[in-house]
Design a binder for this molecule. Sequence first.
Ligand code: 0A1
Ligand code: ZN
Length: 871
Amino acid sequence: MQGAQPEVKYLKDYKQPDYLISDVALTFKLDETETLVSAKMNLNATGDASQPLRLDGEKLELLSLSINGQLLNQDQYAVDDEGLTIHSVPAEFVLESQVRIHPETNTELEGLYQSSGNFCTQCEAEGFRKITYYQDRPDVMAKFITRVEGDKSRYPVLLSNGNLIEQGELDGGRHFATWQDPFVKPAYLFALVAGQLEFIQDSYTTISGREVDLRIYVESQNIDKCDHAMESLKKSMKWDEDTFGLEYDLDIYMIVAVNDFNMGAMENKGLNVFNSKFVLAKPETATDTDYEGIEGVIGHEYFHNWTGNRVTCRDWFQLSLKEGLTVFRDQEFSSDMNARSVKRIEDVAVVRAHQFPEDDGPMSHPIRPASYIEMNNFYTVTVYQKGGEVIRMYQTLLGKDGFRKGMDLYFKRHDGQAVTCDDFLSAMQDATGVDLSRFSRWYAQAGTPRLTVRSEFANGTFSLKVSQATPATPGQEEKLPFHIPLRFALLDGQGNRMPLNLQGSDKPVTDELVLDVLEAEQTFVFSGLAEKPVPSLLRGFSAPVIMDSDLTDQDQLFLAANDDDEFNRWEAIQQLAINWMLDGVAKLAKGESLQRPQGLVEALAKTLVDESLNPALRALALGLPAESVLAEKMDVVDPDAIHQVRSWLRQDIATAMTEQFKATYLKLAEIEPTADNASSVRRLKNCCLGYLTKIDSQLATEKAQVQFAEPNMTNVMAGMSVLVDLNGAAGEQALVDFYAKWQADPLVTDKWFMLQASAGEGDTLAKVKGLLEHKGFDIRNPNKVRSLIGVFARNQVHFHRADGEGYRFIADRILELDAINPQIAARLAGSFLRWKKFDSDRQKLMKAEMERMVAAKLSKNTYEIISKSLA
Ligand code: 0A1
Ligand code: ZN
C-alpha cells in the first residue's frame, strides 16, 4: 500500500549487478498455515566486492541468514519493506537463508499462492521476491534445484522446473520431490506447483530424435478437456522446428491449468502455469474463439522457450524483446494453422481497438518504456501487440529469408544471455546488411504515426506523396520520422496488379513493392502505366499507423470487390462503414435523418454470398467497426449517438438484406461441417442470425432456441445472446436454464456473466450490481472480475451513463479490488484513461471519481494509472 510518493525506475539508470548467483538450491516445506522456504546459493562479485549485497524481498519473515555457514547477527545486515542489505560480503561465498511466507492468505496471486486448494506460483515480473530473498532481476541467471515437501494426501503432485531427480516418503504422511533445471534462468521463470491434480500424457520426438514427455495437469473434473491443448502443443513444437529450426531442450514439458490467474499464462521453464481458460475445452463448453485462444496461447508460451527463456531480457524495460517477438511468432503460428487473412484482420482489429487508444492517452509509452513505477502495469497492448507489429515490420523490410537469418544470428550470439532490444536489432542488421538505424526509433518513440497519402495520375505516371507525423505523447513533445514499410500495389480496372516502374529504384520491376517511407515527406513516382490505377495501400496493414488517403468511396468500393489482398478488401469496407457512421453522428447532431449507404450495402450483399471467400472472412466484413473504434475517431465522443447510429445501420443492413441473410443462414445450417470449415461456417451462420434478430424476431427466436439446445457452445452462446437481446421471457428463461446447467463449470459461468454485463439495452448497471451478489461470483477470482466488472467497464453506453453511476460503480470496485489484488485493480483503472475524450459533464464526473480514488491509500499499481491519468 502506498504511503509516500512511489519511486520511479528509469532505463537510463541501468547498472550491471554487483554480484551474480551461479547456483541456487531451494527447499519448500508446504503447509496449511505457513510455508518455510530455505535458499542456498553461490554468489560471486562482478567487481571488487566492496559493495554491500542487496537482495530483494517483500512480505517475508526472515528466520535465519548465514554466509559460508556462519550465522549473521543483526548488525551485519538490515531488513526493510523491499529487501535486505548485507553490509559486507566476500568476493565469493555461499549464502543461506530461511524465511516464512503465507501463500494461504495471498490474494494478489503473485509469488506463491493457492488456487482451488493447490499451490502454484507466478514470479514474472517481480514475484520471486515474495518467495525468498534474492536478486530478483532478469540479468541474474542461475541454475536451480528445487526440493518440495508436503502432505502426501493433500499434495500428491509436487512439481518444479526441469527434470525430476529424486522423490520419496517423509515422516508424518509427508513426501518430497526434487527437480533440477539444467539451464540457467532468471528468477521470474521459476515455478512450483503442488496439489491434487491429474494429467494427460503424450510425447513428441524432436527433429534430432529426442523424445519429450508432454503432460497437462488439471483438476480431475477437467481431465476430458485437455486434448485440444495437447494437440496445440505438439503443433507448436513442430512449427518452431519447421519455421525457425528451434528444438525443445528438456526431457519433459508440463502445463498446469489453474482457475485463479492474473493473466493468460506463464512460460516458466519446463513448467508453464496457465489460466484454465487457455487450456480447457470441449465442444460442449468452449466456443470456437476459445479454441483459437488456446492454440494461440499454448503456442505463445511454448515459443517463449527460445524467445524469452534461452535468450532473456537484460531488464524489464526490454520486455518487448521477448513479448513482441513471441506475439509475432504466435500470430504466424496461428496464421499457418488456420486462415491467414482472417487472423491478420483480427490482430489488426485488436491493435486499433486497444493499442491506438492507449498510445493516444496518458499511459502512452514506447514499446521499450523509459520509466515505470510498477512493472506489472507495462504488460500492455503496446509492449505486446505493437511490439509484435514492430517485429512484423522487420520481416516485411528484410523479407522472410532475411528475417530468418537475423533470428539465427540472434540465437547464435545470445543463447544463455540476458540482452536488449538493441542486440536484437543489431543481429537483424548484421545478418542482412540492411541499415536499421532509423528503424530503431520504433523502440524509443511513443504514439501512432499519422500517414497522409495523396496521389496524382497524368500521362501514364502515377505519383504518391506520403507524409508522416506523430502526435506528442507524455514526455515526448517532438517526434522524428519513422522508417515505415508501406506495402503497395497498383490495380487496373479489372483488379489486376500492374507492373511497378518505381523511378530511381534499381530493384527489378515487380507488381508489389514495400516502399521505404523514411522522411517526413516523400514522393514515389511510377511510370509507364497504361491506364489510371487504383492504389492498394498499406497492404496487410504493413505498419501500425493511422492512414489518411485520398481514396474516394468509389475507389473503396472497387477495392472491396477487387483487391487481391484480402486484408485490404476488408479494410475498404471498414473505411466505408466508418465514414458513413461518423457522418451519421454529425447528421444526428443536426437533427437530420439517416439514409441508407447504398454502395456499402451492395458491397456487403455481394460479400455475403461470395463463395470464393472463406465464410469467416465474410462474417468479418459484415461485422461493423466496434463502438470503441468509432469513439477513437471523434474529437468529443458521444457514446449514445455512436450506439444509435451503429444500431441504425445494423438494422438497415438487416432490412436491405433480409432474404440473403435468411437464405444464407438456412443453407449454412444444413451444411455438414468438416473439421476444416466448421468454425468459420458457424461464424458466418451466427452472424446472419444476429442480423435476423433485428428484422424477423419470430424466425430468430425459433432458430436461437434450436441452437440453444445444441451440444456446441458456439451455437449455444449465439442462440442465448439472440434470446437475451430480444429482451423477452425466452431470454430470461435461457439465462436461468444455462446457469442451472453449467453452475459447476466456472469457465462457462464466466460467459454467462459476460453476456449480461455487455447488454446494450435495459438497465445493465442494476443487473451487474445484482450479479455481484450472485453465488457464482467471486471478487477474488480474476476471470470473474474480468467477465462481470471488466466487461461492464467496456460497455460504452452504460459505463458512460450521463448520470455518472457507471463511473462511480467502477471506482468503488477498483477501491475494493485494490486491497485484494492490485494488478487486477490497476487494469480496471485503465477504464478512466480516455476521460479527456468526452464532453465536459462526463469529464467532470470521471475526474471526480479519479480524485476520490487517488485520495485513498492505493497500491502503487493503481496509483500509477490514476495519477498519470490525472496528470
Ligand atoms: N509472460 C507471460 C505474461 C505474464 C506476465 C505477468 C504475469 O503475472 C504478473 C503473468 C503472465 C506471457 O507473455 O504469456
Ligand atoms: Zn509472452
